[in-house]
Write a protein that binds this ligand. Sequence first.
Ligand code: FAD
Length: 453
Amino acid sequence: PCSRSSVIIIGAGVSGISAAKTLAENGIEDIVILEASDRIGGRVRNEKFGGVSVELGAGWIAGVGGKESNPVWELAAKSGLRTCFSDYSNARYNIYDRSGKIFPSGVAADSYKKAVDSAIAKLKNLEVDNSKVGEVMKAATEPPSSPKTPIELAIDFILHDFEMAEVEPISTYVDFGEREFLVADERGYVCLLYKMAEEFLCSSGGKILDSRLQLNKVVRELQHSRNGVTVKTEDGCVYEANYVILSVSVGVLQSDLISFEPPLPRWKTEAIEKCDVMVYTKIFLKFPHKFWPSGPEKEFFIYAHERRGYYTFWQHMDNAYPGSNILVVTLTNGESQRVEAQSDEETMKEAMEVLRDMFGPNIPTATDILVPRWWNNRFQRGSYSNYPIISNNQVVSSIRAPVGRIFFTGEHTSEKFNGYVHGGYLAGIDTGKVVVEKVMKEKERNSESQNFL
Ligand code: FAD
């Protein structure tokens, strides 16, 4: 074997890093972090585009200004992260039809209220009949009414794919507050993870040099027994440990990337299958000059089309990076998968047609496009977990529950904050603490038996 350690952490996203830090802070330093890609961060990832840093994954710190402090907001303060306040609730008053007219705000407000009411009514019906859990879970993820017109479809999309907070209390906003801040920092959102990593891994000049972090190590097999876990990577390395913390996404757990020997028990695989994976794609477009309205309450705008989710949700980046002339359009689920499968030229053509519907034929063509592919990335297989609103907590706790010496973490294991960076961060700490206790107990037992001998 390459090495034997107390704990192997698989994945260096926010949850893997926070779990590893928790171990190190509690004196467990013989750890190894195996990360499949060539960088830390996972779904927190920035790239240079059109002269600025854009966030392909997590972009907002959600849940700020409430009674409790969001730990990610605290990390941001520690790193001096540049952010700007961002409020997409106004988007509903900037809904364009295909001829470029904005729907009067009264019409938009009425349609919005109707959609919220019908979603609430649907939820109440579901709560009454909680016995049919499978059916309930399926129904809760589907649009409750059958929106038909383009404006109804557009509102249904923003309500269900972005804003369920108005229908059901969401812990992030209840606990941490309703404000959201867009990350606009050239170092990227990921600098928070570097900051955390530097506190327990050797590093210099912003680079992590510690051999306990191993990049480009794709874990393919976990053999586990009462005595320990053997981890095999794609490049033929073998690692051994007393415990493993597995932080890969639920999409990866649903795929066949990692095999388990013996296989995971049925209660575990069934729970993993029950979790929906949301695909969320932010497409970035760079223009030679600006042609969209800006100013207060204009950061977001909506395109109403007869196909639900067809280039519906738009944002300009003037607030984050003034003068950058970048627009972002968000697609989800089926539309994300469709666009991931086609060429970026085709996507650019579709996006330009939509923009010309809204702003007229004379707008300039985009000079560059960036299309992240979270669904086809075999280390991600989607963007984040999406538990149906009235799912029983049993599913999350089964997904989180350890199997022998393998412990599970990641945003999908957070009952309250799944789908968010802070969910991953807090889940990592929780799992880290559980494993610290296991390691300590085992050490105690071993030293007792040695004393006995
Ligand atoms: P990950 O970040 O996925 O970390 C898991 C790591 O495991 C990855 O680095 C992966 O490469 C690695 N891995 C996978 N397979 C293997 C293997 N076989 N061997 C070794 N390593 C492996 N959250 C917010 O709070 N605000 C937002 O605005 C927001 N927007 C989002 C937008 C998008 C497009 C996406 C994709 C996510 C968004 N999120 C947002 C969610 C947030 O990014 C995640 O909840 C969080 O980053 C997940 O962290 P994690 O550690 O659980 O998982």
